[in-house]
Design a protein around this ligand. Structure first.
Ligand SMILES: [Zn+2]
Length: 303
């Protein structure tokens, strides 16, 4: 048996054909044509799915299910996309039903944070962990929770939104419309804003981390504070879920020990004494977490 995993991101979509163990045997990628909108992307997606289905038949291992990661909010139960922040026309698209109609096999649709969590848990930094928290820090902060070996979705597919834990209600505005969320402090724009507040100079997150290594006092303070804000949010998740491991992915995780060392040093301050050994580790799959997670989603559907 085989599975198809699809990662529909903001700037490209990736599909893989995977064998019964989830190992990728074929990889296809197409850039997003923003002008063609959702309608144009659906045409390309359908052609890519049909090509992989044919390839699976040729290999003698027919596809049993399709998993889809979508880069935006989705209604998991209905299998419908709510919108894409990057490509117009994705409002209310029954993507799961379309994939099932094109392929004749069951499909599952979920958002990219949840699917990324599943990917790291099944094939990456979370392997062997029964309970795991996943945090993705980039221009925003997304998250996903695996409890008892299952993805936790919540009543309205909203579980795992660690980026919107409140750090300080009197804090800066957040993209969600509230104030003082973890995301407003520790995602890329929050890091840049805090540096600018201290120095009056606008720099990218990458530059701020580089300057901290070179000894810039303000940049060092911003990095230390970033680790501490993340530790507060992650500490709340650890107190709630007692995970075996916390996996941190996204652009900020690429800073390596510069972030992970102060983060792991700060975390014990925000958890119970019995949880002081809990570690935050880097994600291992990079951009593949979505498409590998989509394979895991398809495998879970057939289980
Ligand atoms: Zn928020």
């Amino acid at each position: 048996m085989a599975f198809i995993g699809i990662d529909k991101g903001g700037t490209r979509h990736t599909l893989v054909l995977a064998d019964a163990a989830g190992t990728v045997v074929r990889h296809v990628q197409h850039g997003t044509d923003r002008a063609a909108g959702a309608a144009g992307e659906l045409v390309t997606l359908r052609a890519d799915i049909e090509a992989l289905l044919a390839e699976a038949v040729a290999l003698g291992t027919p596809v049993r299910a399709i998993g889809i990661s979508f880069g935006g909010p989705v209604d998991v139960e209905a299998g419908v996309t709510i919108l894409s922040h990057h490509v117009p026309g994705w409002e209310g698209v029954s993507l799961r039903a379309l994939a099932e109609e094109w392929s004749g096999v069951p499909a599952v649709l979920d958002n990219d944070a949840n699917v990324g969590a599943l990917g790291e848990w099944a094939f990456g930094a979370g392997v062997g962990c029964r309970d795991m928290v996943y945090v993705n820090v980039g221009t925003g902060i997304g998250g996903g929770v695996i409890a008892n070996g299952r993805l936790v979705r919540g009543q309205g597919s909203m579980a795992g939104e660690i980026g919107h834990l409140t750090i300080d209600p009197a804090g800066p505005p957040c993209t969600c419309g509230r104030t003082g969320c973890l995301e407003a402090y520790a995602a890329g724009p929050g890091v840049e804003r805090r540096y600018q507040e201290r120095t009056g100079v606008a720099r990218s997150g990458r530059e701020i981390f580089a300057r901290a290594l070179e000894g810039d006092i303000d940049a060092k303070a911003v990095v230390t504070d970033t680790a501490d804000y993340l530790a507060r949010g992650i500490g709340a998740a650890v107190c709630l879920l007692n995970p075996g491991r916390v996996v941190l992915g996204g652009g900020l995780s690429e800073t390596g020990a510069q972030l992970f060392d102060p983060l792991n040093a700060a975390l014990p301050r925000y958890v119970l004494p019995q949880e002081r050994d809990t570690r935050v580790v880097p994600a291992q799959l990079g951009y593949d977490s979505g498409v590998r997670g989509a394979v895991a989603l398809a495998m879970e559907r057939v289980e």
